[in-house]
Design a protein around this ligand. Structure first.
Ligand code: FAD
Length: 468
């Protein structure tokens, strides 16, 4: 065999796995069908969306809060081509970083579509139609996902678009419809709403970010409405969309079954992502994907039904998140090297990079109720935080859920300034099986947003928060 490990796909699952394999002394190669490494995350996902979220947040602050801070700006305008160019530069820096890391770790890379000839032989078909084959003792499938399409709603990539095209609109649209009130739809909707677009979200369920603790969605919807003027059409079942010239009409049925038609300049379809397995030749090695979602079935070692063939990241079950893919990449590398790694799937944090940010780890109140677990809840609102008052970020709260009998923290749910970073404290605490009392007794620097975590823990233990 030429390689100990060949990895198909260079997203956060694939590239991290490759680096860990190389660190462990395994001869490693990566196959990537696109010209740049980094997969969805670096090219059209986490990184470009956060770049635009940052730029649009600067503009929104300049337009709406600077005057209150005593900073007067004149003639504020959005230079959209420059905003997109900066985003592209951020992406380029990150993807170039992977090229550097591959070189540094002596990882071979092949550009082309990787498909199984047999379980140890992979054919790489290049863009010009030529091909070559390589062999490996182990193969890791890290082929990721693509945006889910609605069968009755064709995406023309011009006016009816996915998240990928939404990262490249070179003007500020007047109006935009976002189908789907999940993480991706709300983040991209926020980008444009901050720049002045009238954004309408159409969601089938009665709540946005419906998989998170119910209190978070409620608060986020309230704040996005208040601060960005976003409109929400909840409980609406989209039935179709048609583009005519520069306008899109989206039709939906409301909760009463009445037809509602909405018109906008653009419509982003953000109804989730589907595992991507096209062209892998899974049929050649007898791997069947799951009927729903097309995920590749794996066992507890992330090994498929075929010995020596592993699968990680968005293409397997679980949260479709970059950090989950990365941890699985390391897990598989260490498993192949004969180690016994572990992932605690209950402690993978979920984050929504709106403003305020939303972040969550562990069980939600709804899950605890369903499991019949007796718990205590303590909340602390940012409006009572000195730090939040200083930065005028007083929306949101931190909620700590702890076992009623043992006080072990079972879940932490927060919406507020820098929640994406603050959730790390909760993850660490829960990994070490801390009690709410532990957090309540730990000294938190003042004034910081993190004091809200301590206060929520104090509220969960004998209702003794100080500042509320
Ligand atoms: P991917 O990143 O999808 O990479 C798979 C790679 O495999 C691709 O490069 C693809 O070209 C390649 N490939 C596929 N088949 C083949 C083949 N046969 N041969 C060769 N190459 C192949 N997650 C977060 O955690 N935080 C965020 O903030 C976040 N923001 C997001 C924003 C957006 C707009 C989107 C769309 C996603 C976001 N995600 C975020 C999700 C995150 O991008 C994915 O969970 C993550 O990229 C999954 O990593 P992966 O390695 O499994 O697959």
């Amino acid at each position: 065999m030429q390689y100990d490990v060949v990895i198909i796909g260079s997203g956060p699952g694939g590239y991290v796995s490759a680096i860990r394999c190389a660190q462990l002394g395994l001869k490693t190669a990566v196959i990537e069908k696109y010209k740049t490494f980094g997969g969805t995350c670096l090219n059209v996902g986490c990184i470009p969306s956060k770049a635009l979220l940052d730029s649009s947040e600067h503009y929104h602050n300049a337009a709406h809060t600077f005057t209150t801070h005593g900073i007067d700006l004149k003639d504020l305008t959005v230079n959209m081509p420059q905003m997109i160019a900066r985003k592209d530069d951020v992406v380029a820096q990150n993807t170039a970083g992977i090229t550097y890391l591959f070189k540094k770790n002596k990882i071979d890379s092949f550009e082309g579509l990787g498909s199984f000839v047999d379980k140890n032989t992979i054919k790489i078909t290049k863009a010009d139609g030529t091909s070559e084959t390589i062999t490996a003792k182990n193969v890791v499938i890290a082929s990721g996902s693509k945006p889910t399409a609605l069968p009755f709603l064709p995406i023309d990539k011009k006016r009816i678009i996915t998240s990928t095209e939404a990262l490249n609109i070179k003007e500020v649209p007047k109006t935009m419809i976002v189908i789907g009130g999940g993480v991706i739809g709300l983040e991209l909707g926020s980008v444009y709403a901050r720049l002045g677009t009238k954004v309408s979200v159409v969601e089938y369920l009665p709540a946005i970010i419906a998989t998170m603790d119910a209190g978070l969605g409620k608060e986020l919807q309230r704040v996005l409405k208040k601060s960005l003027g976003m409109e929400f059409f909840m409980g609406h079942k989209v039935t179709g969309a048609t583009a005519k010239g520069e306008k899109v009409t989206v039709s939906a049925l409301n909760a009463k079954g009445e037809e509602v038609n909405l018109e906008a300049d653009y419509c982003i379809v953000a109804v989730g992502r589907t595992a991507y397995t096209e062209g892998l030749g899974l049929e050649n090695i007898g791997i069947k994907t799951e009927e729903r979602g097309h995920k590749i079935p794996v066992n507890a070692h992330l090994e498929t039904a075929v010995q020596g063939v592993y699968a990680i990241g968005d293409v397997v079950t679980g949260a479709m998140l970059a950090h989950k893919a990365e941890d699985e990449g390391i897990f598989v590398a260490e498993t192949i090297a004969g180690q016994k790694p572990h992932i605690n799937y209950n402690l993978i944090p979920g984050v929504v990079y709106t403003w305020p940010e939303v972040a969550s780890v562990g069980y939600t109140e709804e899950q605890l109720k369903e499991k019949g677990v007796k718990y205590k809840a303590g909340s602390f609102p940012f409006k009572a935080s000195g730090r939040a008052k200083a930065s005028m970020d007083t929306d949101g709260f931190v909620k700590v859920l702890a076992d009623e009998a043992t006080d072990e923290i079972l879940g932490v749910h927060m919406i507020g300034p820098r929640a994406a970073d603050m959730i790390a404290e909760a993850v660490v605490a829960m990994e070490f099986r801390a009690s709410a009392e532990d957090i309540a007794r730990i000294c938190h620097a003042h004034p910081t947003y993190t004091e809200a975590m301590k206060e929520a823990a104090m509220a969960a233990t004998a209702n003794r928060a100080i500042h509320i």
